[in-house]
Write a protein that binds this ligand. Structure first.
Ligand code: NAP
Length: 332
């Protein structure tokens, strides 16, 4: 990172994604932001990555772009690898060349789900699917190459827009009286806005270390960054439906999510993973322990249920992300 007083130059990839959209306004306040979509920077093209980065000369590179279609990756692993594994390596080379800090996101799907207690950062990875394999390769490339990096592993990401479970459940609830949702996979649904806020908090710690903060060289590494608590897709869907049903009249985002159609779903049937075969196998348990993020940076994301309720309530007090650890940490 440049040590000058001036604001850092920041390059953000994947600005149209869930996390990219959450990050853009926050990074814009932190520095001189160049936020790029896939047309402006195609991460599957290493030459383009080099050319763009050498044009922008960023102090900070935030890679929110990724190949995230977990099932499609099974039959399209080369394309997933180009974006999730090769591109992070090229970004790391360029970050090294510039002395820039590289911020990257990875996934709970690098784990196989055999544990029954939350995964720590140094638990051995063993991805069950192509997406997880390529994301793990991306992590390893960055760790090998970039002198200054931070990797945030997150999970079950959703937002009011984009492609995610929340919006899928809401759409299905306008189409079917009965939804069948997997009950035997556990994780922590995490709102992209909270990931953006937590990332910005970490970066402000790093870029302007407060008294008592450890030097940057000691804080580089992998950090888990998910909502507090844990649940199943089934329980998550139940709360989505409950909250959506009590939202009358629907706010703008909910009206868009349901295409202004009434909710017709009357019940959700819990099913086993085996009853809903998908091309990609998924871990049955992928809850991540977030202690390291809290211990190192004093950052903790709210409980998943609190995050989901805030999405529906839209109340300013709920939508604001607390800035202190005490405010943030209060788990339900
Ligand atoms: N979604 C999850 O549940 C989840 C869970 C764990 C970890 N993560 C990780 O979190 C990060 C962000 O995920 P997200 O949920 O924000 O994903 P997302 O909503 O699917 O967004 C992915 C972004 O990457 C862009 N992208 C895809 N291929 C690209 C390419 N070849 N060149 C440039 N940009 C490309 C997409 O552009 P388009 O809009 O043009 O497609 C989009 O902006 C990723 O590293 C992901 O692996 C996500």
């Amino acid at each position: 990172m440049s040590k000058e007083e001036s604001k850092p130059k920041i390059l953000l990839t994947g600005k149209t994604g869930q996390i990219g959209r959450a990050l853009a306004p926050l990074l814009d306040r932190m520095g001189e932001l160049t936020a790029l979509d896939r047309q402006q920077l195609d991460l599957s093209k290493p030459d383009e990555i080099q050319r763009v980065i050498r044009g922008v000369l960023p102090d900070l590179i935030v890679n929110a772009g990724a190949y995230t279609a977990v099932d499609r990756a099974e039959s399209d692993e080369a394309a997933a690898r180009a974006v999730n594994a090769v591109a992070p390596g090229v970004l790391a080379e360029e970050a090294k060349r510039l002395g820039a800090l590289l911020v990257h996101y990875s996934t709970d799907y690098i784990f196989d789900g055999a544990k029954r207690t939350p995964y720590e950062e140094d638990d051995p990875p063993n991805p069950l699917n192509a997406y997880g394999r390529t994301k793990l390769e991306g992590e390893r490339a960055i760790r090998q190459i970039a002198p200054e990096y931070v990797i945030f592993r997150t999970a079950w990401v959703y937002a009011r827009e984009g492609r995610n479970f929340l919006l899928t459940v809401l759409r299905l609830a306008t189409e079917k009286e009965e939804l069948r949702i997997v009950r035997d996979q556990a994780g922590a649904p995490t709102l992209s806005r909270e990931i953006g806020a937590a990332t910005a908090e970490v970066l402000s710690n790093i870029c302007a270390p407060a008294n008592g903060m450890r030097p940057w060289s000691e804080t580089k590494g992998i950090y888990h960054m998910t909502a507090g608590g844990e649940t199943t897709w089934y329980n998550f869907a139940q709360l989505i439906l409950e909250l959506a049903s009590s939202q009358l009249p629907a706010g703008d985002w909910l009206a868009a999510a349901t295409n202004n159609r009434p909710l017709v779903a009357r019940r959700i049937v819990p099913i086993a993973t085996d009853e809903f075969p998908t091309p990609a196998r998924r871990p049955v348990y992928s809850v991540l322990a977030n202690r390291k993020l809290n211990d190192t940076f004093g950052v903790r994301l709210p409980h998943w249920e609190k995050q989901l309720r805030a999405v529906f309530s839209g109340r300013a007090s709920d939508m604001r992300t607390p800035s202190t650890n005490e405010e943030r940490g209060a788990e339900k």
